[in-house]
Design a protein around this ligand. Sequence first.
Ligand code: HEC
Ligand code: HEC
Ligand code: HEC
Ligand code: HEC
Ligand code: HEC
Ligand code: HEC
Ligand code: HEC
Length: 410
Amino acid sequence: MRRRTFLGAVLAFDVAIYAILISGCGGGGSSGSTPPVTKGSMVVFGYNDLGMHCMNQDFAELCILPPANTLRAQVIDRTSGEGPVITTSGIVVNYSIPGNTGSNTKTNFWQYAGALFGANLPTNIGLFGFGLSGTMQATANNDFWAHGVPLTPLTDATAIDPFQLGHISVTKAGIEVASTDAVVPVSWEIKCDNCHTTAGISVATDILRKHDTKHGTTLESQKPVLCAGCHADPALGAAGHVGVSTMSSAMHSSHATRMGGLTGIDICYSCHPGPQTQCLRDVHKSKGLTCLNCHVSMAAVGDPSRTPWKDEPKCGTCHAVAGHEYEQTGVLYRDSVGHNGVKCIACHGSPHAIGPSMNARDNVQAIALQGKAGTISKCTVCHTSTPGDAFNHTSGSAGLKRLSASKGIR
Ligand code: HEC
Ligand code: HEC
Ligand code: HEC
Ligand code: HEC
Ligand code: HEC
Ligand code: HEC
Ligand code: HEC
């Protein structure tokens, strides 16, 4: 009590901080039955599903991937009474990308979206109906998302920036209860031009012509060509043609023997962004790992027995700490949960941006929440006071059973 009064007196000028401190010291019941609706009563974690989104800039001839970013957010109510509660109801989650308000002058996607995807899209609206700002939707996965955001790496100030910060704001009853900033990565540094350059024709024409020569197709006369029209591509939900290889298998297996003298990460940066972008920027990169440590080789990625975009590396293949659970069986890292339903990605960051990241932008959220980069490890980011019980790195069923037993609830 004395401590609360003292801090309250010192910080009375800041109503929001004062409210956090009161709820933080309140413990069981002193704040009454109505949880406070004020900044800090909730905490929001923003994250990107992939850690890097690639897109084509020019769709006049071919499309591998459209502009389609996915920004997600998980919201935790800190002051609900019985410890933190992951919540998707009674709140509105808005997003924007400050400094990037339009894409139609930066890519010709909207000119060709009809021909490529049969979609009649309003300008600056992506394939799933989301724009560069708006309201996120609650998912069945206990978080929120803005799916297919048509962000480009070109800012309004015409700088190339593959790691722009998105802003996420959570309101309840019209009052902002939490906000955060999270990287919305996107790059069109897809270096097919490293090899597909023939004097007098574009890189895309070179690719289509080589395809026609080798596989008896007539792609060059069918521009714009959607590769996923024939090669199944789970990233686009495209079924492809029966008997034709998946897009990932076609690309990686055919190019596995074409990489010349390239080794390590440079192999992958021939097509994935890239020498400038450096999409692998996480704690693993800083410890000397490359793509190959986790993804093995071009041939392994191209193995037709893999399901692309689903059979991906697992944290638990290399990490094993007694008592820790990692990804749920059959669930990607980005969708898995640890610590009682909290997303792995909320505490550890996006794939390829696992904290602490070598890119300062990826660390902004952790620094704002707990004063340092890296894994979210400070209990009071989510709990209003440090729990007496030990931290459980498990999906929750066991932990929650313990909680109900000790508190006589549920
Ligand atoms: C390191 C060099 C290199 C890079 C980078 C590269 N390619 Fe290729 N690609 C080749 C070579 C070599 C061939 C074979 C040409 C031939 O046989 O005439 C080829 C052939 C192709 C073909 C013809 C079909 C087949 O049988 O493989 C397609 C399609 C293709 N590349 C697409 C791409 C795309 C798309 C990219 C960028 C995402 C890309 N390539 C990047 C070297 C490269
Ligand atoms: C009209 C259908 C069609 C379209 C559209 C198409 N492909 Fe293909 N592609 C094929 C067929 C058929 C083959 C040969 C059989 C196979 O690989 O399954 C092939 C083979 C390839 C191969 C060589 C695979 C290997 O293992 O040797 C690559 C690489 C490739 N396509 C890339 C592309 C790219 C990149 C695009 C978009 C620019 C594209 N394809 C669009 C039908 C298509
Ligand atoms: C010649 C170009 C090229 C090279 C080199 C390349 N990739 Fe890819 N990769 C692609 C393309 C194109 C896609 C997108 C396929 C799609 O849309 O499904 C892709 C998608 C992927 C995916 C997601 C789909 C899946 O199969 O799960 C992974 C993982 C991947 N690449 C890993 C790698 C790694 C690791 C390396 C280096 C060892 C590498 N790639 C090198 C062209 C390439
Ligand atoms: C420390 C291990 C690790 C390293 C290093 C790594 N990846 Fe991955 N990669 C993963 C994991 C894990 C996933 C699956 C993420 C998920 O389940 O949500 C993944 C998925 C992917 C995908 C599919 C899209 C996505 O993000 O889910 C691509 C493409 C990809 N990696 C490319 C690369 C390339 C290119 C490199 C090197 C520049 C690389 N990866 C380095 C672990 C790694
Ligand atoms: C191919 C093996 C491999 C995979 C897969 C892998 N890691 Fe790692 N990870 C490592 C290695 C090696 C280190 C460096 C360990 C060291 O230097 O002590 C590391 C370090 C880390 C660290 C820093 C730990 C510390 O004490 O410094 C974190 C956090 C981490 N990994 C999380 C993850 C997550 C999350 C995933 C899944 C998305 C993952 N790792 C997948 C091999 C892997
Ligand atoms: C509430 C935050 C939180 C969540 C959610 C979380 N972790 Fe962790 N994780 C941590 C902390 C804190 C550590 C540091 C290890 C420790 O002190 O126990 C850690 C450590 C790790 C490590 C490194 C272990 C080592 O070798 O040092 C990996 C890998 C990892 N977590 C993966 C995951 C995966 C996969 C999920 C989801 C299934 C997940 N984490 C969910 C907080 C979290
Ligand atoms: C990212 C948010 C977050 C962080 C950080 C976090 N927790 Fe939790 N914690 C939760 C959520 C959510 C629950 C589930 C509460 C419920 O559903 O009743 C929980 C529940 C618990 C429980 C009760 C379940 C059980 O296992 O008995 C304990 C104990 C706990 N946390 C300890 C800790 C400790 C210790 C730390 C710091 C090392 C910590 N937590 C950090 C979000 C967090």
